[in-house]
Ligand binder design. Structure first.
Ligand SMILES: [Fe+2]
Length: 303
């Protein structure tokens, strides 16, 4: 798939058109993955999680059932239960407060400077979420432009009966590999196996550099290699019912204070594309000077 079609596929579900639901991107180096996994398990054991189904939890509107809990590792307060600004693309003073106790988690987080949240998601046996979707094209709070948000998953512990589901298509994400997860598509996740499913999940503002790192190059070659085949097979299909819950609107109203840009959603995709690729003001400047050339070579090599 060339870059143009990939971008179109990432954006299309915002318009309720079929697009790219998920892609296998990067493989974590096995020794580092073992160290990372051990710290994630330690984190889950020692720190206090928050139950997504509890009253007033910002993620409650995803319709969790069974045992769905979550830890926030990247926020303003350092409290793993603090999800107040989870959905805000302002990075501001967000940080990983427990870097000293968990140096490998910290090292992993530093590979991805564009992230504006980072969490450990736990799904117990026979647990999951309700199908839902959100807008991933959102206004930039800083410049009145638009940005494309992208979500990524790294399964830490999983089983063959843990699924991510897009429009009723069931996929399985394997441990140790980083995936693009298009949450603009109607999506859900469930764990029908035994044991708890543990995923690292994070969202980024898609800049040129982020696009290159996730979809084309390797951001940190000692830790990551590019997956040979980006396709994630569909394992089974079930009918689904689409809904864009009220929270898809209130979500951004609360976080960005500007609401959903309905006028924006009517714009042609090529116009959007120019906007989000140039945008870099939401994350701390870092290595952005390689972005332009990286994108050029990305286009050249994938065309
Ligand atoms: Fe979701």
């Amino acid at each position: 798939m060339n870059t143009e079609n990939l971008i179109r596929g990432m954006v299309n579900p915002n318009f309720d058109r079929p697009g790219v639901d998920c892609r296998r991107l990067l493989k974590v180096e096995p020794n580092f993955f073992a160290a990372l996994k051990s710290e994630v398990l330690e984190f889950v054991e020692r720190e206090s999680s928050s139950n997504m189904a509890s009253a007033n939890h910002p993620l409650k509107s995803t319709g969790p059932y069974g045992n769905a809990s979550v830890f926030s590792l990247y926020n303003h307060s350092g409290d793993p239960g603090d999800f107040r600004h989870n959905n805000s693309p302002f990075i501001g003073n967000k940080w990983f407060a427990k870097a000293q106790q968990y140096p490998n988690i910290d090292r992993f987080l530093r590979v991805f400077p564009e992230k504006f949240n980072f969490r450990i998601n736990l799904l117990g046996n026979r647990s999951g979420l309700k199908p839902h979707q959100v807008y991933t094209i959102v206004p930039s709070p800083q410049r009145g432009q638009q940005v494309l948000l992208c979500r990524f998953h790294l399964p830490i512990v999983t089983n063959d009966s843990s699924y991510v589901i897009f429009r009723g298509n069931y996929h399985h994400f394997e441990a140790g590999e980083i995936y693009f997860f298009n949450n603009a598509t109607v999506h859900t996740a469930c764990n029908e196996g035994s044991g708890t499913r543990i995923h690292l999940v994070w969202d980024v503002v898609l800049t040129e550099e982020a696009f290159y790192n996730y979809f084309v190059g390797t951001p940190e070659e000692t830790l990551l290699t590019r997956a040979a085949d980006p396709t994630v097979p569909v394992l089974k299909r079930q009918p689904f019912r689409s809904y864009r819950p009220a929270f898809a609107n209130s979500f951004y109203e609360k976080t960005n204070k500007v609401g959903i840009p309905t006028a924006l959603l009517a714009q042609p995709i090529n116009k959007l594309r120019g906007l989000f690729f140039k945008h870099s003001s939401l994350h701390r400047p870092s290595r952005m000077d390689i972005g332009v050339n990286a994108l050029r070579s990305a286009v050249a090599s994938s065309g």
